[in-house]
Design a protein around this ligand. Structure first.
Ligand code: NDP
Length: 424
């Protein structure tokens, strides 16, 4: 009921704002038409009206008119996206038949999956890969993670991605938390933007591109899409369709291991890895906003190279799920003697343990000592591992996607800054 009222209220506010902007735009347009002023002025007012709408929408989303906790969604379509068959899109609609709140481009959904043999629901985050303006269904695009080729049979594949691919089918219902995440495109900016997607990491940046397209943005956009070959690449037709329609959007594909069937110049633009040297071939300068999502090695090397090229940190936006791969902050202990340790007390479990730099994050330390802490993305995005800090300070090894509640810390990306007591 509250949810329905919230959504209804949000929709009414958005509609009222839309009508207001439309009214202002129409009357200004009429005046300009009468006075026979040129089309550039009309375009300017059109842009202003659109910007006002975008700002209102961003404010509404930031204020959180979505849903609390988990909500049931039905898988209405499952679509294999690549030749290898290891990447599938899942289209989701609310099982309650209610409204689908919009999201910010780049955000993700958090799933709670009842995987058999697991002591508790498995929590995983997947980026939304479609346009934020689509209010009929959400889409996530998931790669089935296989064990490394030389791992033998002892190492399992990705727990959650295997569950999605092998167990979930059209008609099934899943528990989903509302869209969240701080890796979002700044829709208010007018600066040129570079969107970089490596492998299935293209999903959040594809959503960003679609948001710009839907908004009719005139921003200069360069989309770089890195994949192994034509067998692995996904959703490129959707990007190509936008790039062909819009002069301001430029699309380049890189294959690191093209097969014999891949033709350079037709299927892809460059062989090899995406590096800053490649970017320099296509970009006039480093003065762009960069949004990067891909495999950890690519994220680390590319963000480092961008910094060396002189791109300020404020213009480098990235996201990685999984153990922190792009370090933005020095671990507190890196400035200390390796032998020095601090005491970590897990008060609820009644355990006190020493922490050294090699112990990693507080979540790693807790798990190694048999302390169960619910966790999801392990990258400071989903907030599942937020735990009350009763005493002491922590330092984050990567930027948290959003600040945890006052007095809580995200254990998956936190290291102790001295002796600490945690409510775990
Ligand atoms: N919101 C998020 O945070 C999301 C994150 N992801 C992450 O994106 C990643 C995508 O994985 P996957 O699809 O398997 O990607 P791939 O392993 O297929 O990698 C994509 C491309 O990047 C290349 N690459 C590897 N290392 C580098 C490097 N150092 N510099 C430049 N390019 C490099 C690969 O080359 P080669 O393989 O030939 O070495 C390949 O061509 C996953 O780690 C996933 O967790 C995915 C979705 C959403």
């Amino acid at each position: 009921m509250i949810l329905a009222l919230q959504i209804g209220g949000g929709t009414i506010v958005a509609l009222a704002l839309f009508q207001l902007c439309l009214g202002v735009y129409s009357s200004v347009a009429a005046v300009f038409r009468e006075r026979r002023l040129d089309a550039r002025h009309l375009q300017h007012f059109n842009d202003l009206a659109q910007a006002a709408l975008r700002n209102a929408e961003v404010d509404r989303l930031k204020s959180g008119t979505t849903w609390a906790g988990k909500r049931k969604f039905r898988i209405v379509e499952k679509r294999v996206e690549n030749k290898c068959g290891d990447i599938c899109s899942f289209y989701l609609q609310p099982h309650d038949g209610g409204e689908l709140p919009p999201f910010l481009p780049g955000q993700f959904l958090t799933f709670e999956l009842p995987i058999s043999d697991q002591p508790a629901p498995v929590i995983r985050c997947y980026s939304l890969s479609d346009s934020p303006s689509r209010l009929d269904r959400y889409r996530v695009t998931i790669k089935k993670l296989s064990p490394p080729p030389d791992a033998g049979e002892t190492v399992p594949g990705g727990l959650s991605s295997t569950y999605f691919h092998a167990n979930l089918k059209e008609g099934d219902v899943v528990d989903v938390q509302a869209p969240k995440g701080g890796f979002v495109l700044d829709l208010q900016s007018e600066r040129p933007v570079v969107l970089i997607g490596g492998g299935v990491g293209l999903t959040p940046v594809l959503s960003m591109l679609k948001a710009l397209d839907d908004a009719g943005s005139h921003r200069e956009v360069h989309f770089f899409h890195a994949a192994r070959s034509g067998d692995d690449i996904v959703l490129c037709d959707e990007i190509r369709e936008i790039a062909e329609r819009r002069n301001n959007v430029h699309y380049r594909v890189l294959y690191s291991a093209p097969t014999d069937a891949c033709v350079e110049g037709r299927d892809y633009d460059c062989p090899g890895f995406l590096t800053v040297d490649v970017l320099k071939r296509y970009l006039a300068s480093s003065n762009y906003e960069f949004y990067v999502c891909g495999p950890p090695q690519m994220m680390s090397s590319l963000t480092e190279q961008l910094r060396d090229w002189g791109v300020p940190d404020s213009d480098i936006h990235f996201e990685a799920f999984g153990p922190a791969s792009v370090k933005t902050v020095k671990s507190p202990a890196s400035s200390r003697e390796a032998a020095e340790s601090v005491q970590v007390e897990f008060s609820r479990s009644g355990k006190k343990v020493s922490w050294h730099e090699q112990d990693g994050t507080l979540l790693d330390l807790a798990e190694r000592n048999g302390i169960r802490v619910a966790s999801g993305c392990r990258a400071g995005n989903c907030g599942t591992c937020a735990t009350a800090l009763k005493k002491g300070d922590v330092t984050y090894v990567t930027r948290p996607a959003s600040s945890p509640a006052q007095g809580s810390v995200l254990m998956c990306i936190a290291c102790p800054g001295g002796n600490v007591i945690l409510d775990a």
